[in-house]
Design a protein around this ligand. Structure first.
Ligand SMILES: [Zn+2]
Length: 274
């Protein structure tokens, strides 16, 4: 069994053929976590998950770029403040399908000071939500060009909550350097890698240093398809390519890696797929 730790089957990109995409997952024994980026897509993640509970679980939250209108995302009605009550209700009513909070965090790629403040407050609110419900965080962290600034700030913020409840999570689409990776690992976090590892060597060293007990593979579908699907819409079954490449880098068999990932999923998300 392969587990794609992060995808967006809740996005309109799959409205035409979602059933077929999920059928291919069934054929290839691929499971996934459907991740929300705002309230609407979080609700949708829960809806799809209830329909296909054997195939996936939901993660709900607000992506940092949707927390402020000073960011590039100006899509109509997409900007929202983190509505604590609404998410509280969503989580409480769907404890069987929702297994994490996110994707949340900091995205400094185009963010000005005002946007960064809005991101931080939404991030803190989501950390609180995760702690109250004993759920892991699915982190989205993107620094501004040529720096590690957003990673450094996220680590500083997370450390404030270190001794409160079971702070835990995964750094989705990990793109930090060695030092950042080591800091997240020592905080007990997991790192996940996308299809990017199939077409660059940029993360080889980080993949190698990440302990097997702390590693995940993911697609972030519909984005960044791995080789040989580059340029096409991504989908959870393509996690097979990324998993193969990570196994190669870790010098273990694909079977051993997928078994380890299953254990990691159980440890972090308390989920066991059958
Ligand atoms: Zn994502």
């Amino acid at each position: 069994m392969y587990i794609d730790i992060h995808s967006h089957l809740n996005f309109p990109d799959y409205d035409e053929d979602r059933g077929e995409v999920i059928e291919r997952m069934r054929e290839k024994r691929v499971k996934t976590f459907t991740v929300g980026v705002n309230y609407r897509t979080s609700k949708k993640a829960v809806e799809i998950t209830s329909q296909y509970s054997g195939m996936m679980r939901a993660v709900v939250g607000i992506h940092p770029i949707y927390t402020s209108d000073s960011y590039a995302s100006k899509e109509e009605g997409s900007v929202e403040k983190f509505d604590r009550m609404a998410f509280e209700k969503l989580v409480s009513e769907n404890r069987d399908t929702i297994v994490g909070v996110g994707e949340c965090g900091l995205d400094y790629f185009h963010a000005d000071e005002k946007a960064r403040k809005a991101q931080e407050s939404a991030f803190r609110a989501q950390i609180e939500l995760a702690l109250i419900h004993d759920l892991p965080l699915m982190l989205h962290i993107r620094p501004s060009g040529g720096t590690m600034d957003a990673y450094e700030d996220a680590l500083r913020i997370l450390k404030e909550y270190e001794n409160r409840g079971s702070l835990r999570g995964d750094v989705h689409f990990f793109a930090g350097n060695r030092e950042i990776a080591e800091q997240f690992l020592s905080l007990g976090f997991f790192l996940s890698f996308t299809g990017v590892v199939t077409f660059t060597h940029e993360y080889d060293e980080i993949v190698k240093l990440t302990p097997l007990e702390r590693i995940f593979t993911e697609t972030d579908a519909p984005y960044v398809s791995p080789t040989p699907y580059r340029g096409k819409r991504n989908e959870p079954t393509f996690v097979i390519e990324t998993t193969r490449r990570v196994a190669e880098l870790k010098e273990i068999s694909v079977e051993d890696l997928t078994q380890q990932i299953e254990q990691n999923v159980e440890e972090l998300f308390r989920v066991r797929f059958s």
